[in-house]
Design a protein around this ligand. Structure first.
Ligand code: MN
Length: 423
């Protein structure tokens, strides 16, 4: 077992049982305050530990990491130091926060300099994303969409069980949780109209997804096997791949998603390391028909992450409308990465690869409004009495996620954004 994952560890910082960030998690992020520049931090309880300050105060000397890595706008330079260094830092922080370690615990002056309440800091984009890829790997989601738009008896297209379908998304409009955005405008073709019309999207949707962050680059021509894949994955975050369904319907033939998908994608600010998630690995689907050799893998590669989505209208209460789980993925991250690179496509540190909408088998586990309202035919009732087929202006959509077992809870925080009216 990884030492920092020991469920019996306790911190001298109080951590509520329902908190996402116990000492066994230690996710990485970038934050700033009114008086400080962007820097690396680790979440612990309701605090963020300032790694730049911690290094300046000589608590991290044994790791020999340059100050510039910690005082940085992004995690990329840190991730580039490699997994052994990332693990060593996580282990050092685990030791420093341990209940039985007096180094920082009993140094009031240092403690006050390195700990901030998360509520007092501004979380920033954790990584500089060079490229973003979105997959389509939940069998329930693909089946639902195929049933709605094509043929219920042949819901999955012939390729679906043979390769993890994906497309290249857009990195420039990935925004960190808390960043509001305007409803997109574009071309749609109403059913009763001969010609397309232009205007604000009418069928705005969220997509409940989890993204993984590339932790090790490859060069052009190189492929990553399913067995090597984990070595190239730094960690995971929650991801809302906002989608304009009416724009999508009209534009997507024959090349797939374009303006319906590239106006905004919301990511949670904390990257939970793959290492912290190892205790929550679980078996995946039995893949029939058998996949080609380069997609085969061994071991438990799915991860049991409880996921939920809520909608909160302006000045009103929140309603949780979906409970799903990352374990419902038919294709694993390792298979996605093996497929992505099998042709020699190179990957870079900080690239984001999103799962695709994660739906489960039951109607309350569907990961988009498209499915929850079944194309708008079954409006959802919110706690304030209002109804939704899709997302309205000034609605706030929040994705939350956590792993839990009898011992610990490893959470992700949230990916949250409000939809402002079209500009
Ligand atoms: Mn998507």
């Amino acid at each position: 077992m990884i030492k920092a994952n020991d469920p019996t560890l306790k911190s001298w910082i109080e951590v509520d049982a329902n908190c996402d960030f116990p000492i066994q998690n230690l996710p990485f992020g970038i934050f700033k305050t009114q008086s400080s520049s962007p820097r690396m931090g680790i979440a612990i309880g309701d605090h963020v530990l300032d790694l730049a300050m911690l290094n300046k105060l000589d608590f991290l000397n044994n790791l020999h990491i340059d100050d510039s890595v910690f005082s940085n706008n992004y995690l990329n330079d840190f991730i580039a130091l490699g997994k052994p260094t990332c693990s060593a830092l996580r282990q050092r922080i685990s030791d420093l926060l341990n209940l039985n370690n007096a180094e920082l615990r009993d140094n009031k002056e240092a403690r006050e300099k390195v700990l901030q309440y998360i509520s007092n800091v501004q979380m920033l984009m954790p990584v500089r994303v060079g490229d973003y890829t979105d997959f389509y790997s939940s069998i329930d989601h693909a089946t639902n969409v195929g049933t709605m738009f094509r043929d219920p008896t042949n819901a999955l297209l012939p390729n679906w069980k043979h390769l993890p379908v994906g497309y290249h998304g857009r990195a420039s409009s990935i925004i960190v949780s808390g960043t509001d955005f305007h409803r997109p405008k574009g071309q749609t073709k109403p059913a009763d109209s001969e010609l397309p019309v232009f205007g604000p999207c009418k069928l705005l949707d969220f997509e409940l997804e989890v993204a993984f962050v590339i932790g090790k680059s490859t060069s052009l021509g190189q492929s990553v096997s399913t067995a090597e894949a984990d070595d190239h994955i730094f960690g995971l975050a929650l991801f809302n791949d906002w989608s304009a369904r009416d724009i999508q319907t009209w534009e997507y033939v024959p090349l797939g998603p374009f303006l319906a998908k590239n106006f905004a994608s919301t990511v949670s600010p904390w990257i939970v390391t793959l290492e912290a998630l190892e205790p929550f690995r679980t078996a995946g689907y039995n893949q029939e028909p058998k996949v080609l050799p380069y997609l085969q893998y061994s071991g438990d590669k799915n991860i049991d992450i409880n996921l939920e989505v809520s909608v909160q209208p302006e000045n009103s209460i929140e309603t949780v409308i979906c409970h799903s789980n990352y374990k419902f993925m038919y294709w694993t991250m390792e298979q996605q990465l093996a497929h992505h690179t099998v042709n020699g496509c190179n990957i870079n540190i900080g690239d984001m690869m999103a799962s695709g909408t994660i739906s489960g088998p039951t109607p309350n586990s569907f990961g988009s409004m498209l499915e929850l309202s079944w194309k708008g035919t079954k409006p959802l009732k919110l706690n304030d009495g209002s109804e939704r087929k899709f997302i309205n202006d000034n609605d706030t959509v929040t994705i939350r996620g956590y792993c839990s077992n009898e011992n610990i809870r490893i959470g992700f925080g949230q990916a949250k954004a409000k939809v402002l009216p079209a500009l």
